[in-house]
Design a protein around this ligand. Structure first.
Ligand code: PMP
Length: 468
């Protein structure tokens, strides 16, 4: 049962309680009947939720869960954090306009000051901000238009495994072919894909420093060889840690190398911080760890304090697009901006990025402990509280790096066993073989330990089922 103060008497197998029997409620039946075939999360997480507080959610059957999906990483302060609720209440209690297009308001002005103050010192006085339509994918669209306009070039370089959103421009940048294939030739115009430094499955079969060197050499050669067949691009877009691609952190030297190469070639570097931004990876922004300065940053998810908001922050030198070049009705969500400012104040005031870093290390060491017993946990990786475990099948033949093939079926079974034990997790990566941990950043040590225990029990149960 989830109490109003967010506390919880945890249920689940380890308390000797019965496992949840996840069966279809009437709401889910109706959802299946009425909602689009394109619906995604309910297929793997068949829950109808009625309450959320902190790291917990409660479903309509009264079952409670630790939420390690947390709005796909958006809920950095968890569900209904008091500072977020208070900020929204102040807007509502004062007759403030809720929707203002892109007109200025005191709330918006405050949001911009707060956001700029989070940027590295050398950046914050030379940037502009564009408020985008409310989802991350629209910030991606804006970034593409910005760099194409500013450079007069059209080609964009993206990476294998990339995820930048689901609208058609953003989709063109996506590594995963699944959602792209049915759309055929309208996508992929003017996008060239580069190898991402995925150490565990190095695209050069090398891994480590050698893999990084080969990767950077490939990119540099592609941009400088007059016969590479690739035109000078309008921009390069990259995630410092790929999320949907399978929680793959880019090596920091590689990020620095990419910045050096793009700078030398005069190519704007767009860093997608939509999932990694706002403390998720242990620093306010993931790119900061490499000490690089992007030319443009796209942000969404956490910045609206659980409400939709997306922005593009970019070097003022790129600001050559025309008035109205990226318009949209819902760019003035005052509730989201007020909530976003409250989130920023809390992140700074409570040094949440450091807490995320410490909790991430704690969870990672639990997972590594499990890895010593279970070879099926092929790779434990990530930064801060953006962690992933790539599941593999040790009964198959290893690749050139000595790593076994990924095992998406096992990952799906582990996910279901976690759900029965009151833990919501998502899978991602190649063949959906990566279990992803994206808890709210306010998660406590006890909750981290509990997550690890449930995950361990779920893994044992899933492996037993596989053996049967
Ligand atoms: N970029 C990244 C890195 C993301 O993780 C996501 C969402 N998972 C997006 C862009 C797209 O954001 P949205 O779903 O709000 O359009």
């Amino acid at each position: 049962m989830l109490m109003n103060d967010g506390s919880l008497a945890l249920a689940g197998a380890d308390n000797g309680d019965p496992l949840y029997v996840i069966e279809e409620s009437p709401l889910l039946e109706r959802q299946k009947e009425q909602e689009s075939n394109a619906r995604s999360y309910p297929r793997r997480i068949p829950l109808a939720l009625k309450k959320g507080k902190g790291v917990y959610v409660e479903d309509v059957e009264g079952r409670t869960y630790i939420d390690c999906l947390a709005g796909a990483g958006a809920l950095v302060l968890g569900h209904n954090h008091p500072v977020v609720i208070d900020a929204m209440r102040r807007v509502l209690d004062n007759d403030l306009p809720l929707l203002t297009l892109d007109l200025s308001t005191p709330i918006k002005d405050q949001f911009v000051q707060d956001l700029f103050s989070l940027l590295p010192e050398s950046m914050r006085h030379q940037v502009k901000i564009q408020f985008c339509g409310p989802s991350g994918t629209d910030a991606t669209e804006a970034a593409l238009k910005l760099v194409r306009t500013a450079t007069g070039r059209s080609m964009i370089l993206s990476f294998h495994g990339a995820y930048h959103g689901m609208s058609q421009g953003a989709l063109s940048l996506m590594g995963n072919l699944g959602p792209k294939t049915p759309l055929g030739a309208i996508l992929n115009n003017n996008v060239q894909f580069l190898p991402y430094p995925y150490d565990f499955r190095c695209p050069f079969g090398l891994g480590g420093e050698q893999g990084i060197r080969a990767n950077l050499n490939y990119i540099e050669n592609l941009l400088t060889d007059p016969e590479s067949g690739v035109q000078l691009p309008a921009g390069v877009i990259v995630e410092a840690i790929q999320g949907e691609g399978g929680v793959i952190p880019a090596d920091l030297d590689w990020l620095r190398g990419l910045r050096r190469i793009t700078e030398a070639a005069g190519i704007p570097l767009i860093v997608d911080e939509i999932q990694t931004g706002f403390g998720r990876t242990g620093t306010m922004f993931a790119f900061e760890r490499a000490g690089i300065m992007p030319d443009a940053i796209i942000l969404s998810k956490a910045i609206g304090g659980s409400l939709p908001l997306a922005v593009l922050v970019y070097s003022d030198q790129l600001d050559t697009w025309r008035p109205g070049a990226h318009a949209g009705t819902f760019r003035g969500n005052q509730l989201a901006m007020a909530a976003g400012s409250a989130v920023m104040a809390y992140l700074i005031g409570h040094d949440i990025p450091s807490h995320a870093s410490a909790m991430g290390m704690r969870l990672r060491s639990h997972l590594q402990e499990l890895q010593r017993t279970y070879p099926q946990l092929g790779d434990v990786r990530g930064r801060g509280l953006m962690l992933g475990v790539e599941l593999v099948d040790p009964d198959q033949i290893p690749n050139v790096q000595g790593h076994y093939p990924s095992d998406g079926r096992l990952a799906a079974r582990v996910q279901q066993e976690c759900l029965k034990r009151g833990l919501i997790l998502e899978t991602g990566g190649r063949h959906s073989s990566v279990i992803r941990f994206l808890p709210p950043l306010i998660v406590s040590e006890e909750e981290i330990d509990r997550i690890a225990v449930i995950f361990g029990n779920a893994l044992v149960a899933a492996l037993q089922k596989k053996a049967e």
